[in-house]
Write a protein that binds this ligand. Structure first.
Ligand code: MOS
Length: 755
């Protein structure tokens, strides 16, 4: 008999949902087979601004197999007030209402849904819907709107932007070293592998069962009830597996609206999936223009820090992300001022994309810090250490835990940072220039209320249930581990049910908060079960655990053991013998807001990158990335590493490839496909090394976790950009760093000019 300890937390446990995924048994939203299913295909607006004058559907409707063409002028009854279209993660403003009226707000806007017996028929007929527009001139170029940038009157979250400290302008004017540079990041689209898709199953009793690709089944459930005026118990939203999302599935997307609308209108089951091109009509990472002004003493101590950001918003919502908040937590500086502004353009509303605000803001901060290190002539890592902050100066609070120094030291050691020659263009390998760059990473450690249910059956099997999602992150696995370890069961005794609005509510799966929030709920529910099991065991006549309190025992390897006398033990099955009733616990795990309020909670990282540039061919490769992460307790060394690996790949894409290009003449994204929207492929990815440094977190949640979903992308693009500068002497300040930007710009090495 092999005895694997049931203490699996922290171990590199393989995904419990892995076999279902690799054998094709795991079903994604659009894969459920439903009898009598109709297929909807969305007609997208070809103009970016204006009005629909007329929709001629006669030719489309004449195609055999076409059932209906829904548009604003014939849609079934839905809510009209914008507030009913809001959702958990909606920014301030007036949410987009599909098929609301004849107004066109952005190119690619869904303006009609063709429903047919076959998807091919729907797709063909969609091309035959003749739409007559009244076109107005659209403004999509952020550069033309900088003058109109404004500070959003309603903040998305409290604490954005931090108040100024001291007098940054005065301190800057007196600083012995000053830098001011503008950094730019383009619009990027999430592009998960699985396209958005939805099946709305029409039930005989008018009940709707909805399979949707989403990061929050409860969020979509509420949206449908609000928009279509349905009672809560008439709708169930399921999302058991999600093929990636990166934030694109935080808000209800229009495939959901369309499928439900058609199902209600036709009293039939309807499936709507989006094409890859239509994936570019959803939310995206906004464009940023950021100005960094840094002042320092000759020894590298920061004396002034300014960070001003402008991002694009839509005409109807003030989407904001935390771009300028990070320096106040990363570096000590008493004179600081930051601001973030929005400028409206005729595009759809941006949305959260992996480490929203952090990915772009820290890119600019860490690029500027690198520039400062050269201006002063100090090692970039030493500059970070010199300005290391023991306090979150934004909040004037200590950190609950901060092992960033260990990240710097361990990352540098693993990477071989000491082998770096300080001067740009001083390292070579044959005809290739070699560059070493580094950056810090930072993200929020968050915890929010979440509910979970645990049921221990008399046969010793455990079922965990919560409405949260697994977007490839490993939620199924870590929840199973938490349940198994808390009750001393082997993993195969635990099943996890998630992605279902009928289950105990959980917030959207995002913000890197799911392990901390839902994990805590699962652990607390299982602790309640422990108590009950022990009570039942205590009733066994002359039982070995009689009189024991929960604190006296451990649950391990299928047994309950007295801590001070392991010979006094009882197997779980013996403890449950004589009970036919399962033991159930369902609860909502609430953060202790007061205790949390005493500290700042951040996840940190140090990222080191090596790039090589073939001078003749202009080929740029990221040869190595070492990222050292401090994120509290790591629940699963394998899935956590995978999270960071994937995010580093996202960071490489951000640094070198990703950019959604707009043709401003038409206000339209033009590279809306995988041929022209570049993301890294296997050949682009070389060594990625992930280190988790020890960090003891006791304040944020009882599990001691901070979350790892997003930290891996933060800092990565800066580390790569800094390595490119070190290799070439060319500083590119607008992402992505494509070959054309490196050719003959400012090489050979020129010292950055002080302003
Ligand atoms: Mo994440 S951008 O909160 O899915």
């Amino acid at each position: 008999m092999t005895l694997m300890s049931t203490n699996t937390i922290g171990k590199p446990v393989s995904r419990v949902d892995g076999p279902a995924k690799v054998t094709g048994q795991a079903k994604y939203a659009a894969e459920f087979s439903v009898p009598g299913l109709l297929h909807g295909f969305v007609v997208s607006s070809t103009i970016a601004k204006g009005r629909i004058k007329n929709i001629d559907r006669s030719v489309a409707l004449a195609v055999p197999g076409v059932v209906e063409v829904f548009a604003h002028d014939n849609k079934p009854r839905v809510a009209s007030s914008a507030s009913r279209y809001s959702d958990e993660t909606a920014p301030p403003g007036s949410p987009f209402r599909p098929l609301y009226d004849d107004e066109i707000l952005f190119s690619g806007q869904p303006i009609a849904l063709v429903v047919a017996e076959e998807v091919e028929i729907a797709r063909l007929a969609a091309t035959l819907v003749d739409v007559e527009y009244e076109t107005e001139e659209a403004v999509t170029d952020l550069d033309t709107q900088i003058e109109n940038a404004f500070s959003p009157p309603k903040k998305r979250l409290a604490g954005w932007d931090p108040e100024p400290r001291g007098d940054a302008d005065k301190a800057l004017s007196r600083a012995s070293v000053r830098l001011q540079y503008e950094y730019r990041t383009p619009i990027e689209h999430h592009n998960p592998m699985e396209n958005f898709g939805c099946i709305a199953v029409w039930g005989d009793d008018g009940r709707l069962t909805v399979y949707d690709k989403t990061q929050g089944a409860p969020n979509c459930h509420k949206y449908i009830c609000n928009v279509f005026g349905l009672a809560k118990d008439k709708v169930r939203v399921l999302s058991p597996y999600v093929g990636g999302a990166f934030g694109a599935g935080l808000r209800p997307n229009y495939e959901l609206f369309m499928a439900v609308l058609a199902a209600i209108g036709l009293e039939r089951s309807v499936k709507v999936t989006l094409t890859r091109q239509q994936m570019f009509t959803l939310g995206y990472r906004p464009q940023t223009i950021q100005t960094l002004s840094l002042g320092a003493d000759d020894d590298g101590s920061l004396v002034a820090f300014k960070h001003d950001a402008i991002t694009n918003a839509s005409q109807f919502e003030d989407y904001q992300e935390p771009i300028v908040v990070w320096s106040g937590a990363l570096y000590h500086c008493d004179d600081s001022a930051v601001s973030s502004k929005l400028a409206r353009v005729d595009l759809f509303t941006p949305c959260d994309m992996r480490a929203p605000g952090g990915a772009v803001g820290v890119y600019a901060i860490e690029s500027a810090m690198d520039e400062l290190s050269y201006a002063i002539g100090i090692d970039p890592l030493e500059l970070r250490l010199k300005n290391y902050s023991e306090m979150d100066q934004n909040e004037d609070k200590p950190f609950s835990s901060k092992a960033l120094k260990d990240c710097y030291y361990q990352g540098a050691e693993r990477f071989g940072w000491s082998k770096r020659k300080p001067k740009p263009r001083s390292m070579r390998n044959g005809r290739e220039l070699v560059g070493y760059g580094m950056a810090s990473g930072i993200w929020e450690g968050m915890r929010v209320p979440a509910s979970a249910r645990a049921i221990l059956a008399p046969d010793g099997t455990l079922e965990i249930a919560t409405a949260t999602a697994d977007i490839g992150t490993g939620t199924y696995t870590i929840l199973a581990q938490i349940g198994a370890e808390t009750l001393g069961l082997s993993l195969d005794k635990v099943t996890v049910k998630i992605g279902d609005s009928d289950l105990p509510p959980a917030p959207v799966e995002g913000g890197s908060w799911t392990a901390a929030s839902v994990g805590s709920a699962v652990m607390e529910a299982c602790h309640c079960i422990r108590k009950e099991v022990l009570e039942r065991a205590g009733k066994i006549e002359n039982g070995p655990l009689n009189g024991a309190e929960p604190a006296d025992v451990t649950f391990i390897d299928g047994e309950i053991r007295m801590k001070n006398d392991p010979s006094r033990s009882l197997s779980m099955t013996e403890a449950l013998r004589g009970t036919n009733e399962p033991i159930k616990s369902e609860l909502t795990s609430m953060p202790d807001w007061k205790a949390l309020g005493r500290y700042s909670h951040k996840v940190h990282s140090a990222v080191f990158a090596e790039v090589r540039l073939d001078e003749e061919l202009g080929m740029l490769r990221v040869m190595r990335v070492v990222t050292a992460v401090a994120a509290g307790r790591i629940l699963n060394a394998k899935t956590a590493r995978s999270q960071v690996l994937g995010a580093v790949v996202g960071g490489i894409g951000m640094a070198l490839q990703e950019e959604t290009v707009i043709d401003h003449r038409y206000g339209r994204f033009i590279n809306h496909n995988f041929a022209e929207y570049h993301v890294p492929v296997n050949a682009d990815i070389h060594d990625i090394d992930v280190i988790f440094v020890d960090e003891r977190e006791v304040n944020l949640n009882p599990l001691g976790v901070k979350g790892v979903g997003e930290i891996g992308i933060v800092g990565t693009a800066a580390a790569i950009g800094n390595a490119v500068y070190h290799a070439t002497g060319v500083r590119v300040r607008d992402l992505p760093i494509t070959i054309d930007k490196l050719l003959g710009l400012r090489a050979p090495y020129e010292a950055p000019s002080a302003c």
